[in-house]
Design a protein around this ligand. Sequence first.
Ligand SMILES: [Zn+2]
Length: 455
Amino acid sequence: MKIRYSFLLILLAATLAAQTPKTPPPTRPDDRLKVDVLLVVAHPDDETGVSPYLAKLLDEHKRVAAVYLTHGEAGHNNMGPERAASLGAVRETELRHAMTKLGVEDVWFLDGLDTPSQDVLQSLGRWHHGAALEEVVRMVRLTRPEVIITWLPAVFIGEDHGDHQASGVLATEAFDMAGDPSIFPAQLAAPVRVNETLLEGLRPWQPKKIYYFSDAQDQDQFKGTGPLLSVNEISPVRKAPYGLIAMQCFGFHLTQYRNYIETFSTLDEEGQLKKAREDWSDPIQLTFGKSNVGGNLTDDVFAGITEAPIGFVQHQAEVAEPPAGISLELAGPWGFYEAFRRAHGLQHLPKAAVPEIAIATPAALLIPVVLHNNTSSAKEVALSLATPEGWSDQTGVGSYSVPAGSDVPVQISVMSPKTTADKVDEITCRAEADGKSVGVIKFHVRRRSGGLPQN
Ligand SMILES: [Zn+2]
């Protein structure tokens, strides 16, 4: 007891000494937080898509940290009755164990709510986009990554979680903004009073590269869009394939994958190795986003990266020409991504050749469109929908009066057949004015038995 009291006195003396004006405050950012790679994702377990690669980077003494936009509280729980915020707390713990095993020590959870839909706009709305962006920019300035790895912001048939897409949107925005001293200046202002809590004393930070990964069902479409990373390579440090290391870390996500994990954990080492190879042999396909240090799409992630920091790089935005005359355009997430890619110089990112989505049948498919009238007179525009057999109950089609120089947003919906299908259905939306076609949108839909709602 006496020793403890003495120790407290020493601590108090040291604290008082640290607060005397003679001791200058630290001027360099805290080096313990500096990383080579910052992973920005949505849910605890999202790291699994790239964790074999993270394990390899850690072997190479790269520093890795991760930011999760939500706690995954909308997931299911196969371990107990805990749901909602309590499930979020459980999943945070699962994730921290998984990342510790992987070798990632610094993990942050932000304030986004797990939003189960395929609509990125729902997630951004529920996360209060600006507030979430400020948090992600803070994490970039705090951790000073050379490279950001995140979800591909795009709509594809696949898991297609709106939260995944939204984390990719925010990471991209933060990549372009964190180095800009005019963005979130309170983060950069230095506090002058003791215990001042509103000014943060950070520095602008310009990351060098950003890469994406995707949970789209068809991974072939990403071939050649970035480096391809093996999961079968053997870790010289852990003497096991990176894919197996990743699966062993994944083994902490029991609330989500209990049956699989429990079966996997009953296998001996050789059995686990065989199972890992059977279930995960495909390499990880990264998609190149942007580089501020040159290089090509398929170069190694760290090609061209040195320790020297780079200054703020003003990103190049492209301004869209307004469509001439009367026109029809896909809106909602698809319309947003057109604008987003132009704004961030990401027109090269892959997108589905024909806009696509998967829906759980039976469900109403929603096709958000906008009618543009860039003429000097009001126009009547007729919207129609052609569907394969079995689709029914169309709404939103018909005639619209579009004032001169105006846009009219329209939500079209059509009820799917009750059956699932392996092939995609093609749905065609047409707009006509003055007896002539003014726009055609084709849309591909896969009918599946489950999965996230469209929005
Ligand atoms: Zn997820």
